[in-house]
Design a protein around this ligand. Structure first.
Ligand SMILES: Nc1ncnc2c1ncn2[C@@H]1O[C@H](COP(=O)(O)OP(=O)(O)OP(=O)(O)O)[C@@H](O)[C@H]1O
Length: 337
């Protein structure tokens, strides 16, 4: 990209086209494309060794790519790495927190590294410790902190430099569910302040909860990309469940929808219709019911969860069949009349 087109490019978090990286014979990234709009949360999912950390290391200027056109916060990765470094923050699995310093000292050290003057450094430290509910433990040594507190402090330290884009490499690995939720909340707060988040995670629920868009990386390539709902619709297993108040309603609906006997659950007065759960598919079912003059009591849409998607896309497909048998963990959207 020329300097002119770089200036004209719309403000974007990250744009990567044909990103490549090999270690010796091993191709880790085989020409991947990524587009992360500013102010959004993007999750990169992939099995162990897929190349997630390598991607973060390249995009955050820590290691060089072998090829590809990449801009981060509007700057060329190849030509303006310093400008990128000044605008991004990186928190990894191995936190930058120094256990022998207090929380406050860790923060002030970061303020020094970012050349904030003393008063501004203290102001920013107090503000962030407050925002992350660490004020009460500000003078405690970080080595005494729980995993969750350490992660919070690590993220707070990253924010001292006011980054407009943050890389979070597996930010909640090893945290208990409560600490994980606290981190999610903090991450969501950051995007409401306009910060762009590039997240890697092995927790599919995390991507589901947080990410505007998700890319699945496998064997050096992006094998799927979209919103969590779009990805869930890509694999079989979705269905619409209709609940009736009596057997005659169930019979009439089953006839009109031309359903196989297996779709009927007479005991529960319910019908199960294979569907991707999209609006047009829902509308088609409702139109058919209306044309037959049948009313259902309740309609529920079940979609496969991200675990199913992940295994179907990156695994050997051996669990794929399980995705066609919806269980209690299904994501459920319900509409009652
Ligand atoms: N410095 C290196 N030298 C040689 N090979 C490397 C190097 N760094 C990573 N690799 C290899 O590149 C591949 C991708 O590694 P990477 O750490 O990016 O994967 P990941 O998706 O982050 O995995 P995990 O979820 O286990 O952290 C792996 O096969 C790894 O062994």
């Amino acid at each position: 990209m020329s300097a002119t087109t770089e200036q004209m490019a719309p403000p974007t978090g990250i744009s990567a086209v044909g990103l490549r990286k090999s270690y010796g014979e091993k191709v880790v990234l085989d020409g991947i494309d990524l587009h992360v709009p500013a102010g959004t949360i993007f999750a990169l999912l992939g099995p162990n060794g897929a190349g997630k950390t390598t991607t973060v290391q390249i995009l955050s200027t820590l290691i060089a790519a072998d090829g590809g056109e990449v801009t981060v916060v509007g700057h060329s990765l190849e030509r303006s790495a310093d400008a990128i470094r000044a605008r991004i923050g990186v928190t990894g699995q191995f936190a930058a927190v120094d256990g022998l310093l207090t929380a406050e000292e860790n923060m002030l050290l970061m303020a020094d590294l970012h050349h904030l003057d003393r008063a501004e450094g203290r102001r920013r430290t107090a503000e962030l410790l407050g925002q992350f509910e660490l004020t009460d433990v500000a003078s405690k040594m970080a080595s005494t902190f729980s995993g969750g507190m350490r992660r919070k402090l690590d993220l707070a330290m990253t924010l001292v430099g006011n980054p407009s884009l943050i890389f979070l490499d597996e930010p909640t690995t090893g945290l208990d569910p409560r600490s994980r939720r606290t981190m999610w909340h903090l991450i969501q707060q950051l995007t409401s302040q306009g910060v762009t988040i590039f997240l890697t995670t092995q927790y599919l629920e995390e991507a589901d909860q947080l990410a505007d868009r998700i890319a699945v990386l496998d064997k050096g390539q992006i094998v799927a990309e979209g919103t969590a709902d779009e990805l869930k619709r890509r694999i079989p297993g979705g269905h619409i469940r209709l609940q009736f108040s009596d057997l005659s309603g169930l019979d009439a609906a089953a006839r009109r929808l031309a359903l196989a006997p297996a779709a009927r659950d007479e005991e529960k007065l319910a019908l199960q219709i294979p569907s991707d759960g999209s609006i047009p598919a829902l509308r088609a079912v409702l139109d058919l019911l209306e044309s037959a003059g049948v009313e259902a009591d309740a309609l529920t849409v079940h979609t496969p969860d991200l675990d199913d998607v992940f295994l179907a896309l990156t695994g050997d497909g051996s669990r794929h069949h399980a995705a066609t048998v919806p269980g209690p963990a299904d994501t459920t959207r319900e509409a009652r009349r």
